[in-house]
Design a protein around this ligand. Structure first.
Ligand code: PLP
Length: 231
């Protein structure tokens, strides 16, 4: 993919974010764009970085480590958005700035214990599975408070908010329902100590619906980089 293509795709995504923010009466500066670069070659990340993009999302630990070590650039931020596995927590704790899919007390403890002492606390979002889909990770909403309470005792973790990955839905009203539920859950769990300011929700196909419901971080792959080139 050429630099020009990446530039214009990033601009298109920013325009979508701005238009949705305008519809919602929100300041677009309150919505961060996470460029999901999983399965994309390093050249695509370099092109997005050259276009000013700084936050990248990866789902597969080994693939991500290859990229992270090959592409060190000032200001770059790596977000782990895949399924956390116990045998990968050490690498995740050592190399990422954020983890979006935290949904187990054991993983929380491991990430905390394995975070290098000289690193800033690891930013985490607790993943909530609002539709109760068996095939997907994430806690039931009523379990989120307990994991949040545990995380508050773990000094190497900093809970930033909640994340969800709803099933695809056709129309905007259906897309908005789980996002609205995540925001409502956030409002009940937030406190002065842990404001849970991050709502990690919205992807290429439903970022408008997510922004209308308060998303502060959209995770966008295909719309930024085009179809993923390999599996
Ligand atoms: C792949 C992925 C995305 C990006 O999906 P697109 O539809 O390509 O924008 C977002 N979030 C998670 C958790 C993903 O795994």
């Amino acid at each position: 993919m050429t630099q020009q293509t990446i530039d214009s795709r990033l601009q298109q995504v920013q325009s979508r974010i701005q238009a949705a923010a305008a519809r919602a009466g929100r300041d677009p500066a309150t919505i961060a764009l996470l460029a999901v670069s999983k399965k994309q070659p390093l050249a695509a990340i370099a092109a997005a970085h050259a276009a000013g993009q700084r936050a990248f999302g990866e789902s597969y630990v080994q693939e991500a480590l290859d990229k992270i070590t090959a592409f060190e650039a000032p200001g770059i931020e790596w977000h782990f958005i895949g399924r956390v596995q116990s045998n990968k927590t050490r690498q995740i704790a050592a190399h990422f700035d954020w983890v979006h899919g935290l949904c187990s007390p054991d993983h929380a403890r491991r990430l905390n214990d394995q975070r290098p002492a000289d690193a800033a606390p690891l930013n985490v979002c607790i993943q909530v599975n609002l539709a109760g889909e068996a095939s997907k990770a994430g806690l039931a909403p009523e379990q989120a408070a307990e994991l949040l309470a545990l995380c508050q005792t773990l000094p190497a973790l900093r809970v930033r908010g909640l994340m969800t990955l709803p099933p695809p839905a056709e129309d905007e009203a259906a897309q908005r329902a789980p996002f609205r539920a995540l925001r409502a859950l956030r409002d009940t769990l937030a406190s002065a100590a842990t404001p849970l300011e991050c709502l990690s929700m919205g992807m290429s196909g439903d970022l408008e619906a997510a922004i209308l419901e308060g998303s502060t971080l959209v995770r966008v792959g295909t719309a930024v980089f085009g179809p993923r080139p390999y599996n």
